[in-house]
Design a protein around this ligand. Sequence first.
Ligand SMILES: Cc1ncc(COP(=O)(O)O)c(C=O)c1O
Length: 440
Amino acid sequence: MPTPPLSNEPWDEHLIRYGMAFAPSLVAKARGTLLWDTEGKEILDFTSGQMCATIGHNHPRIVAAIREACEGALHLFSGMLSPPVVALSQRLAGMLPPRLSKSLFLSTGGEANEAAIKLAKMYTGEFEVVGFTGSWHGMTSGAQSVNYVAGRKGYGPMMPGSLALPAPNAYHCPVRHCRDACDGTCLEIGFDMVDAQSTGSLAAIIAEPVESSGGVIVPPDGYWRKVKQHCDKRGMLLIFDEAQTAFGRFGRDFAFQHFGVEPDILTLSKTLGGGLPLSATVVSDEIEAACHAKGYMHVTSHVSDPLPAHVALAVLDVLAEEGLNARALEMGKHLAAGLHYLKDKHEIIGDVRGFGLLQGVELVKDRETRAPDTATGRAITTRCMELGLSMNIVSVGVMSAIWRIAPPLTVSKAEIDRGIAILDQAIGEVLAQGRSVAAQ
Ligand SMILES: Cc1ncc(COP(=O)(O)O)c(C=O)c1O
């Protein structure tokens, strides 16, 4: 039984508000694609928790792995290794190209990116790190410095040498040049700007292969190859942050396999631990050896912890045994079809885009200007929750309001259909009240 709160509402009386509004009820139980609040109300989870529960909430294999880990060791001195940690390093090396052979296991995505940025700086001897507008890489200072979607304001200077490239957003072209198909002009302009601003110390680019919080931005064909060429020309390393895209959501173990570009450094997080905090930074033997020789240090209290590694091995087993890569593509098609049906029906939906089981739905005041309708989007999101569907609306500056829809890869067609029906009803009801009411 879950521990009941000590008193009734407001539940957040003793909690710091950390960014997003708290959901209206307390969640007591989670299984697969479903959640139940303390009143027993069932909620469909189309966000996979915070994008981590890719194999479904409380998968029996995760629960079993946690129990097994309790028979072994949960946590150790940071200099001690354990069988699950060694096995996970070997397992990842077996799944990745030979060049990505050495892993460091940490807890969160921010930490993995922090470690990656430090490796890139130490290896190249340079310090400038370039991110993409709309990117999200975490809340630790180094990672936050290359977040350009949110969370930058109010904390004083970011990490020196943080620069930005425009994300290839074809729906809202960042250089007001293309419409609906990115021809890569933004990338060339972006590198001109980076070169102009650089002090001559470019170390790395960090990027999500498909920006998620930035509005599900799928780059055009050949884009990452061009980025890699630009990196090579300048002696920069390419860091791919696959917090959300690794392990199935795009129908592959890693999204970079789809784009045909291997990063120099890969970071994995959310989807690796299946709901437990686990992240990895992966590099080549050469980078590892060079940084070790220079005294690389990234010790944390939970580096190489056995418990999450044990769980990650179970996550990788489930991915393979349940054929979740293929399932993500099949269910992604079904989800996209449902969303396109809603787009045909509701003018507020300006665009549906995505890949596999990561779909973005752009909400607009009108389809010509593409001005975001954030207020109505929020009202619909609230109504969805009342009707039993948890959705995430991401707002990218003044440019876009987007639902990022990403159910677990284990979602069924019936659950997708139910989610689409709830969305349909919620959009219809809120629009019937009028957008001005929604905005109040
Ligand atoms: C692409 C990406 N990278 C990194 C992070 C940060 O991960 P964490 O919140 O575990 O630090 C996130 C979190 O949303 C993310 O989406």
